[in-house]
Design a protein. Structure first.
Ligand SMILES: O=C(NNC1=NCCC1)c1ccc(Br)cc1
Length: 330
């Protein structure tokens, strides 16, 4: 089997992408954020306090003839940006892009943090990290990808995220029409559960490529690209008026700046992030100061190859043994 579904940016700066999924019988459609940086599948639900729901679609297990309570099981998750949610668990039929998993663990939120309440076009998340990260207790649950694996034509899913446009997620096949040339693969270290791998180096604009191993995680659920301070300062040194603002919590610069491109390596292959992806957003709607899509990872303890980097490539997440990740030019 295979599946294919849209990845739709939820606002004009691509802060996150959502994908239509269906849960239950008859199918209830929700728009979920497919997130390779976590491994819980949770949804706004009939159990979410109405004070915490602002425009989201909700899953009502009582309206599904195939829902079953996973008795005595709860979950609680905290994301890297400080957001979080918690609740109870049902199993039900779950479909993405025509690919169905029967009795998928669907984690129903009984509490969500304010940043989820405020994101009215995001109805929950589908974790696509390794199942070891799942927070359901007393027994942890499998991700949609792990459940779908036995029926997939190929043990892969792919992400084709786009700048200010709708892209796609595919399951079980690699669509040759979505990239040119070959996919370059590199090993993944799956502990503690992220898609952890290394870049082979980087270049700022037309500068020389610096060959240096940079370990981090490819995370579709993180908006920006977070790299070591030395690399980030070298980048913004090329931007007149750029500064690392304590007030705004990162590098800002005049929106009129001409930014350099940023190139990263995967083994021998090179992927260039256009300057426009790094001119991320105005710090407020009427400001002429802009916030960068490339920021320092020094506070995080790990480098994160978020959407700003991933949307510059066609990315293959391969669940083979051993797992690997592949990047193709598009
Ligand atoms: O939470 C993480 N990724 N996904 C999401 N962020 C916000 C909502 C979903 C995340 C994972 C690992 C590290 Br290290 C930093 C961040």
């Amino acid at each position: 089997d295979t599946g294919s579904a849209a990845a739709v940016p939820i606002n004009e700066v691509d802060i996150a992408y959502v994908t239509p999924v269906t849960v239950g019988t008859p199918p209830q459609t929700l728009m979920l954020d497919l997130d390779t940086g976590s491994s819980d599948l949770w949804v706004f639900s009939s159990l979410t306090p109405s004070s915490q729901v602002r425009g989201q679609e909700i899953y009502s297990p009582a309206k599904s003839s195939t829902s079953k309570l996973l008795s005595g099981h709860t979950w609680s998750i905290r994301y890297g940006d400080g957001s979080g949610s918690r609740g109870t668990v049902y199993t039900d039929n779950f479909t993405i892009g025509g690919l169905e998993v029967e009795s998928q663990a669907v984690q129903t939120a009984q509490e969500v943090s304010s940043s989820f309440t405020q994101e009215q076009s995001l109805d929950g998340l589908v974790g696509l990290g390794f199942s070891t990260l799942n927070t359901v207790r007393p027994s942890s649950q499998l991700t949609f990808f792990d459940n779908a694996r036995p029926k997939l034509d190929e043990e892969v899913f792919t992400a084709d995220l786009k700048y200010h446009a709708t892209g796609s997620y595919d399951f079980g096949f690699i669509d040759r029409a979505k990239y040119t040339g070959n996919i370059t693969y590199t090993p993944v270290q799956q502990s503690p559960g992220y898609w952890t791998h290394s870049l082979s180096g980087y270049a700022v604009g037309s500068g020389a490529f610096q060959s240096t191993q940079i370990q981090g995680i490819s995370d579709t659920g993180t908006t920006l690209l977070y790299l070591p301070t030395a690399i980030v300062t070298a980048y913004y040194r090329q931007v007149q008026g750029a500064q690392n603002s304590q007030y705004y919590g990162g590098y800002v610069f005049p929106c009129s700046s001409t930014l350099p491109t940023f190139t990263f390596g995967i083994e021998g292959a090179r992927f260039t992030i256009p300057a426009s992806y790094i001119n991320y957003t105005r710090i407020s709607p009427t400001s002429s100061t802009c916030y960068g899509g490339l920021q320092s990872s020094s506070g995080l303890g790990i480098n994160i190859f978020g959407d700003v980097a991933l949307k510059a490539a066609f990315v293959v997440f391969s669940g083979t043994n051993p797992p690997r990740i592949g990047f193709g030019t598009k």
